[in-house]
Design a protein. Structure first.
Length: 125
């Protein structure tokens, strides 16, 4: 009787090891930190260059070109979308609405990729 309980525990542990992917949470954490750094750099540039475009800054030649740069806009949109989605993912996990980290990571990554593709299409066209 003791061996059957031990076998069940061993099976449960093996089943849990198969379900878990230990780096999924780390990848989402790392992407959120990288996008935070991108946002910390690009948002002030975008705001500052906006003032240069309307003529409130002296010598605003190159700075005003940054405001109209589509590559800068693409990076900003990418960072904003993924930072927001993975932040929302963390909130859902902390509140307890989500128990499976893998599924929500996949769903939010797909949603983010689709949103980025649509945004890039709008920027390019």
């Amino acid at each position: 009787m003791a061996t059957t309980g031990l076998q069940k525990n061993t099976e449960n542990v093996q089943e849990m090891k198969l379900k878990q992917r230990p780096f999924v949470g780390y990848i989402a954490w790392l992407i959120q930190r990288i996008t935070a750094l991108i946002l910390l750099v690009l948002l002030p540039i975008k705001i500052y260059s906006g003032y240069a475009v309307i003529g409130k800054l002296p010598g605003s030649g190159m700075i005003s070109n940054l405001h109209l740069n589509s590559v800068l806009d693409a990076f900003l949109i990418f960072a904003l979308i993924f930072h927001a989605l993975y932040g929302f993912r963390v909130i859902l996990i902390d509140v307890g609405f989500v128990t499976d980290n893998r599924s929500i990571f996949k769903i939010f990554t797909i949603i983010g990729a689709v949103m980025c593709a649509v945004a890039f299409y709008v920027i390019v066209s």
